[in-house]
Design a protein around this ligand. Sequence first.
Ligand code: ARG
Length: 510
Amino acid sequence: MSSSSPQRATAKQAKTGKPVKTAQAVSDNQLATKSQAWSALFSEPMSDLVKRYTASVFFDKRLWQADIVGSLAHAEMLAAQKIISKKDFSAIKSGMAQIRQQIESGQFDWQLDLEDVHLNIEAALTALVGDAGKRLHTGRSRNDQVATDVRLWLRGEIDLISALLNDLQRSLVDVAQKNMDVILPGFTHLQVAQPVSFGHHLLAYVEMFARDAERMADVRRRVNRLPLGAAALAGTTYPLDRERVAKTLGMVDDKGQPAVCQNSLDAVSDRDFAIEFTASASLVMVHISRLSEELILWMSQNFGFVQIADRFTTGSSIMPQKKNPDVPELARGKTGRVVGHLMALITLMKGQPLAYNKDNQEDKEPLFDTVDTLKDTLRIFTEMVGGQVNPKTGKKEGGIAVKPEAMERAAKRGYATATDLADYLVKKGLPFRDAHEVVAHAVKTAMAKGVDLSELALTDLQAFNPKIGQDVFECLSLQGSLKARNTLGGTAPAQVALQIKRHRARLGSK
Ligand code: ARG
C-alpha cells in the first residue's frame, strides 16, 4: 500500500525528469482514494477501517485473468457496434497486454484504495492508455462484470475438477482390478453381513465419483451463461450485442448457441450457480469422507485390512509404535469446512432483495476455498489410492497395500456365508423363513464350538436339516458365496470384471 504513495511516484518522476507513465503513477494522482474513484458527490473520504472492511482486492485479485478476458470481449463488441472506435479498442488491447504482463511478473501494484480487482485493473488501464481506458466501462457495471468474472473463473475450475475426478476414478479402477478376487466382509450396521470382493467395494466409490462428475458437468451448463450486458440491473441504453460477447467468451449451450442470462435483474443478483457448485463439491467431499472413514477403520489394528504409504501418515511424538492416517482424517475434517461454505453461500443469498447487493462480495472466499480444498483433496487421494508412476519403471507404485489374509479371516469370523446356507435350503425346497430359522440354529452351534459354518461336519449340519448334502460346502466357502452373486451389479468376480471394462471404456486412459 505505502509503495503506491504519491511520494513514490514523484520520486520516480524526479529521477527520470519526465512524468512516469505507469498505471500506478496515474492512479495515484487520479484515483488516490475511493471517494475520488466514484465522483465529486462524496464530501468525505472513507476511514481506513471502512476501506479495509469493504475492500475485496486481496482475495478477488485471483479473478484477474477472467476480468481481463471479459473486458476484452466487451471492448471488442463495443468496437464492432461502433460504440467505441477501433483505435480505442486497440489501445485497450495493448494496455491490457501490459497489465497482464505486470500481474504475471508480480509487478502489478494492487491497491486497497481501489477496492477490488475490477477497479484496480480499470484504473491501471486508464493510467496506461488514457481516455480509451475510461471508455471501457461504457454499457457495463461492476455488477454484471463481477458476475461474469466469477462464472468464467469457476468454469475453468470445474474443468480442472472434472479431470481430477476422472483421475481418481482411474486410480480406484486400477486397484479394483488387482483385487477382484480378494474377499472382505461386507458390513451393514458395521456388523459382518456377506462376503464381497474388495474390487467390488472400491467400484462403489467409482460410482459415487462418476455421479459427482455428472453433477459437475450439469452445474457447468448453468455457470456458463453470460451476465454481461445486464449493466447495473436494468440493461443499458447502448446497442450492445450480448450474444457476440457470449460467443467470444465460449459461453454457449450444448447446441453451440450463445448462452446469455435473459433477465438483467437476475443476471446481476443471483449466485445460485455458486451455491449449486458448492453443493456438488460438498457431495464429492462427503464421498471422500466416507472413503476416508473406511481407510481409517481398515488401517486400525483391529481390522488390519490395508496400509497406506508412509508419506500420507504421521508418527506420534510420544508413542513410538504409532502410524496415524492423517491424510484421510484431515480429508474427513475438511468435508465439514466445505459443507460450511455451502451453508455460508446459501445463507448469503437468503433475504436479499433484487437486484445486486454488496452482500454478494462475500461469495468469493467460500467459493475459492471450496475449489482449493477440493482440488488438493482429489489430487492427494488419487495418489494415495493408486500410487505414483515410477519414472524408471513406468509403473505405478505406493498405492494402498491390501492384506487379503486379514480380510478373509474377518469374513470367516463373522459367519458371512449364513445367507448362502439359507439360500441353499430354499433351493432344496424350504420356505425362506424356515431356512432362516434353521441357519440361526446352525450359527449358534458354530459359535459355541468357536468354528465357522464351513468347519462344521456334514453330519452336524444334517442334524439341522436332512436335506443338506455334501454340495453345501461349495456355498459355504467365501469364493462360492461370491461367485453365486452373479446378478447385474452383484459382487461375483465375473460381474466386477464387466464393470471394470465399462468404467475403463467410459474413462479412457490418460
Ligand atoms: N467487489 C464487488 C463484488 O464482489 C464488485 C461489485 C460491486 N458493485 C457495486 N455496485 N458495489 O461483488
